[in-house]
Design a protein around this ligand. Sequence first.
Ligand code: SGN
Ligand code: CA
Length: 537
Amino acid sequence: MKILYFLLLVAFLTSCGGAEKPTSPTRPNIVFIMSDDHAYQAISAYSDKLINTPNIDRIADEGMLFTNACVTNSICAPSRAVILTGKHSHLNGKIDNMFPFDTTQITFPQILQNNGYQTAMFGKLHFGNSPKGFDQFKILPGQGWYYNPDFITKDSGRINVPGYTTDIITDMTLDWLKEERVEEEPFLLMYLHKAPHREWLPAKRHYTAYINKTFPEPETLFDDYEGRGSAAKEAEMNLLTHMNWAGDSKIPPEVMDELGIPQTAGWDKAAYTRTVGRLDEDQRADWDKIYNPMIEEFKKKYATMSQTELMKWRYQRYMQDYLGSIAAVDEGVGQVLDYLDESGLSDNTIVIYTSDQGFYLGEHGWFDKRFIYNESFKTPLLIKWPNVVSASTTNTQMVQNLDFAQTFLEAAGITAPEDMQGESLMPLLKGNNEGFRDAVYYHYYEYPSVHMVKRHYALVNEDYKLVHFYYDVDEWELYDRKKDLQEMNNVYDDPTYADVVIDLKQKLKEMRAYYKDSPELDQAYIEKYKDLKRWDK
Ligand code: SGN
Ligand code: CA
């Protein structure tokens, strides 16, 4: 009798699992690698002007490089919410970095887990709450630290781990693959770097190589923002005027005082204290050895430097630390790829490398992202999957981070929920681009906030970018993508484009309706958060 009860109980518990579990042993593993703020300009598979990333490049060598991948909302946590839910920000509710993710949303990892996948996440999530649908996770609280970071763990609460965060996340990822993973089940592994997010602290082993390099300047470093509307002019992300001297360029607060350099933001010096100030005694000694000569040299020349020279100096300082912090990411990716190869897992594993958005590396004189202008709108995307994706192929379609969830579900043989809004990339991966979308929708919300990038939504196709800035302005911009690669010239009011404007405005209206976005929803989001204090300048 007892046995009967037991069998009934087992049957009942199994039925509670909901979805049927496909058991095919060939279901692919998924290794999703994402770094934070990693510009495609800083991956040598796209361009080797700035840095060599041989390991990340391996993914493109063995698979597909997407040259027109883009995001739907160029900012961290919203981008992650889009990736996990397969829905635009206005539907998943995570419109900006400020408010926690709505955990009642269904995410693709939950679906994979319900269908027999093992799931694990290591690194930066940035949701303000823990991820659902993971058998294991160790995530950084908020933005996390570059050195000696805390982690929120599934099993052991909050822990502190000494060392360099990029390496620690790599080690956690490898440990899980080697020690914790069950061999019989397919897995989803999310390996999520904090680097190269601001304030760009490289690993000790990369200090010397990067601090002594000089990098080519982008053509638009001295952009004066003429020829566009008020949004570009009013944004606060210029290397000369908005980048922190202490926090970003690593000029210590006391040296700023000595030289009479005012803070660019109220938290300029505090940013230095909370980042460089986190180094332990030995780490600090290593840091000082390399950074002090740079500071001494700057002290000698500062008083005589022109604005142009200062801008050039700040660009080099920025690139040295930004690119320096990518070096460890590339090495970590190499270690994970090596392990997949050595363990025989590679053949049946999809490996994706992407970023939560792109980033300005001095283009338009900027750092940061948020805008729909190319360098932050586009994001790196490299995918390998031996036996399915041909090696060394390039795809130019307008794919989006919105498409990932449906792609992974299809790869796992699972029907995606109907309300997901992306398009599976499976046909593209197999070499068939026919019928894929010819335009994408974009909507950025976080304003007023740090960097002061105005709210805007847009339609982008191969030829044009039509943008509407709203909230405290009502301004339109149109860029001719074929003629104006740098996006320096808003042709919205140019009579030669009058017909294009009429046509694209109609298309944008239809697109908003198609994706279930609307002026009413814009207003509702403004109302919903209007009394919340969002940003202290
Ligand atoms: C921090 C950064 C900003 C950045 C946001 C959002 N300042 O506030 O420069 O735009 O994060 O970045 S920092 O000095 O504190 O790093 S995001 O990647 O999380 O969206
Ligand atoms: Ca980011």
